[in-house]
Write a protein that binds this ligand. Structure first.
Ligand SMILES: N[C@@H](CCC[C@H](N)C(=O)O)C(=O)O
Length: 277
C-alpha cells in the first residue's frame, strides 16, 4: 500500500489515497501504521477518497483504531495532498468529514500548498450534543473532579468532543496523569479530547492536548478551535487568537457574525512510502 506521511504542527498521520489504494479494515490498519516502533509511526490514519457531497472525503482513525468525526490538522493536510498531487487545481475546495462538509482556502507558494484556512463551522455548545453529562448547558466554567482534584471545565464540540481546562503553565503540567482521567471520565459517554490551556494575553495562549484514542499529540486543530471558543466564552481573549501548540502555531478566529470558527495553519508532507498489507 502506498502512503504519504504528513503533519500539521507535528500532529502526524499516515495518509492513504483511496483513488489508488484499497483498504479492507481501516481501524486495524490504523493501529498497525500508527505504531512508532513496529509501524510507520503517527497519531493515526487518514483516508482521502471521493465524495458525493463535496470535492473529496476524508476519514480519520485514531492510533487506537477508533474513528473520529473530524481532524483539524488532518483536513489541512488533505487539502495540501489533493492540490500538490494534482487531484485538483482549485485553491478553494470542499471536503466531507464525519462532522459535515468544510470549505478550505489554500495558500500556494512555488506550486505547493504552504498554509490552509479552514472554515470549521459552528461550535456546538449543547451538553447533550457534545456529549457531556452536566447539570447546566452550555457547560462553561463548570466543576468537575478528576484525580482527586477539583477543576473548572468548558466543553465544546467541533464535531468531536472537547473539554477545556485552564492551567498556569502547560510545559510543566502533568498531562500523562490527568489526560487519561478526563478521556475516560464517566461524564463523557463518547470519551473526550482534553485541552489544557494557559492564557498569556487577550490574543495569545498556549495549549497541550490529550487526544481521545491517540494520547498526547503535538497539536490538535479541533482542540485549538475548542480552546479559543472556551477562552472567549470565559471572557479571557478576543475573537482572534494565536495559539502555541507543542509542534507549532495556529491562528483561530471565531467570527461572531456567522458564528463560524476559522483555523489557519501549515500543512507539511514528510515522506512517501510503501507498507506491506
Ligand atoms: N488531531 C485532530 C483530532 C483527531 C481526532 C480526535 N482524537 C478525536 O477522537 O476526536 C485534530 O487536529 O483536530
Amino acid at each position: 500500500m502506498k502512503f504519504t506521511k504528513m503533519h500539521g504542527c507535528g500532529n502526524d498521520y499516515v495518509y492513504v489515497n483511496l483513488f489508488e489504494e484499497q483498504i479492507e479494515d481501516a481501524p486495524a490498519l490504523s493501529i498497525r501504521v500508527a505504531d512508532r516502533h513496529f509501524g510507520i509511526g503517527g497519531d493515526g490514519l487518514i483516508t482521502i477518497g471521493p465524495s458525493d457531497k463535496a470535492d473529496f472525503r476524508m476519514r480519520i482513525y485514531n492510533a487506537d483504531g477508533s474513528e473520529a468525526e473530524m481532524c483539524g490538522n488532518g483536513i489541512r493536510c488533505v487539502a495540501k495532498y489533493v492540490y500538490d498531487h494534482h487531484l485538483t487545481n482549485q485553491t478553494t475546495i470542499r471536503i466531507e468529514s464525519g462532522a459535515g462538509v468544510k470549505t478550505l482556502d489554500l495558500t500556494v507558494e512555488n506550486g505547493l500548498v504552504s498554509r490552509v484556512c479552514v472554515d470549521m463551522g459552528e461550535p456546538i455548545l449543547e451538553a447533550e450534543k457534545i456529549p457531556v453529562v452536566a447539570e447546566k448547558s452550555p457547560v462553561i466554567d463548570e466543576p468537575i473532579t478528576a484525580g482527586e482534584r477539583d477543576w473548572k471545565m468548558t466543553c465544546v464540540s467541533m464535531g468531536n468532543p472537547h473539554a477545556v481546562l485552564f492551567v498556569d503553565d502547560v510545559k510543566t503540567f502533568d498531562l500523562d496523569t490527568y489526560g487519561p482521567l478526563f478521556e475516560h471520565h464517566k461524564r463523557f459517554p463518547n470519551r473526550t479530547n482534553t485541552e489544557f490551556v494557559a492564557v498569556h494575553s487577550r490574543k495569545e495562549v498556549s495549549m497541550r492536548v490529550w487526544e481521545r484514542g491517540s494520547a498526547e499529540t503535538w497539536a490538535c486543530g479541533t482542540g485549538a478551535c475548542a480552546s479559543v471558543v472556551a477562552c472567549i466564552l470565559n471572557g479571557l481573549t478576543e475573537d482572534e487568537v494565536l495559539i502555541h501548540l507543542r509542534g507549532g502555531d495556529l491562528t483561530i478566529r471565531w467570527d461572531r457574525q456567522s458564528n463560524h470558527v476559522f483555523m489557519t495553519g501549515p500543512a507539511t508532507e514528510v515522506f512517501e512510502g510503501e507498507f506491506p498489507l
